[in-house]
Ligand binder design. Structure first.
Ligand SMILES: NC(=O)c1ccc[n+]([C@@H]2O[C@H](COP(=O)([O-])OP(=O)(O)OC[C@H]3O[C@@H](n4cnc5c(N)ncnc54)[C@H](OP(=O)(O)O)[C@@H]3O)[C@@H](O)[C@H]2O)c1
Length: 263
């Protein structure tokens, strides 16, 4: 399917690894000029910058200034923004609500919710010039709050809600806003040292890899029997960002292998 994205300019947050990296690569392969924001440039992102029209902007999106810096860089480089992918989001494994203090609630909301608020506020004036699309990476935890990530789940619920609010305001002016809600995806969020795969593995007496391949799909009742791969999320994001989805806005798309059982 021709996505008609060639020549567009996209800003992707949290682009150095995982889903953000997969989205950056998929957009770049479609001929999109991508401005990729994260704190560090991984070798994988550096390779994309060499091969495609991808530029890395070193930016910390946890604070008040990062979003403006990233968007300014995109406009300085390309003079326009057509697509914004608010991908950044983070948490870490803990035992439950009583384990999460104020500082941690604030850190998780900063990264998972306020980064999207600020990047959207900075980018929307540019998206409104010629129309475009915002895709927010939410999570199934927006509707399925796990006790160990109750703060993250609340932040994702806020992001899903924000998606609807922005879609209402900006659809009449030609900017669509949608969210994608993945279940477990094979990224450093799970696989990095200290990540969620290690935490599951410790409880199950196995390795992180084995935990992600068998324990997580079984314990989370993923109907397809496997976690999602980053490129599968990226393909959905690209469709939503493209004019192929011209009449889709304010919607949430779950990609979880059938983990959520309710309709
Ligand atoms: N993986 C999953 O199972 C899953 C499931 C549902 C939803 N999600 C959501 O999908 C999104 C991507 O997750 P992922 O699993 O791909 O995450 P990841 O593998 O942990 O990657 C996170 C990305 O964010 C960047 N980042 C972290 N802190 C940053 C900061 N302060 N400023 C700028 N960039 C920062 C990281 O790069 P640097 O470290 O270089 O800054 C990295 O590029 C998140 O919103 C997550 O909540 C993930």
């Amino acid at each position: 399917m021709e996505l008609n994205l060639t020549g567009d300019v996209a800003v992707v947050t949290g682009a150095s690894k995982g889903i953000g990296l997969a989205v950056t690569e998929a957009l770049a392969r479609e001929g999109v000029r991508v401005v990729a924001g994260s704190r560090t440039e991984t070798p994988e992102l550096a390779a994309l910058c060499k091969e495609y029209e991808v530029s890395f902007v070193p930016v910390d999106l946890a604070g008040a200034d990062g979003a403006g810096q990233l968007v300014r860089s995109a406009v300085e480089q390309h003079g326009r923004i057509d697509v914004l992918v608010n991908n950044l989001g983070a948490t870490s494994p803990r035992s439950g609500f009583l384990d999460i203090d104020d500082g941690e609630w604030q850190r998780v909301f900063e990264l998972t919710f306020f980064s999207a608020v600020r990047t959207s506020r900075a980018a929307l004036p540019h998206l409104l010039v010629q129309g475009g699309a915002v895709v927010n990476i939410s999570s199934i935890n927006a509707r399925l709050p796990f006790p160990s990530v109750v703060d993250y789940s609340a932040a994702k619920a806020a992001l899903t809600n924000l998606t609807k609010g922005l879609s209402e305001e900006f659809a009449p002016q030609g900017v669509r806003v949608n969210s994608v809600a993945p279940g477990p995806v094979r990224t450093p969020f799970w696989t990095a040292p200290g990540g969620f795969a290690e935490a599951v593995a410790a409880g199950a007496g196995t390795t992180g890899e084995e935990a992600l391949d068998t324990v997580v799909p079984r314990e989370m009742a993923i109907s397809t029997g496997r976690v999602t791969e980053p490129h599968e999320v990226a393909e959905l994001v690209l469709f939503l960002a493209s004019p192929r989805a011209a009449n889709i806005t304010g919607a949430e798309f779950v990609i979880d292998g059938g983990q959520i059982k309710t309709t």
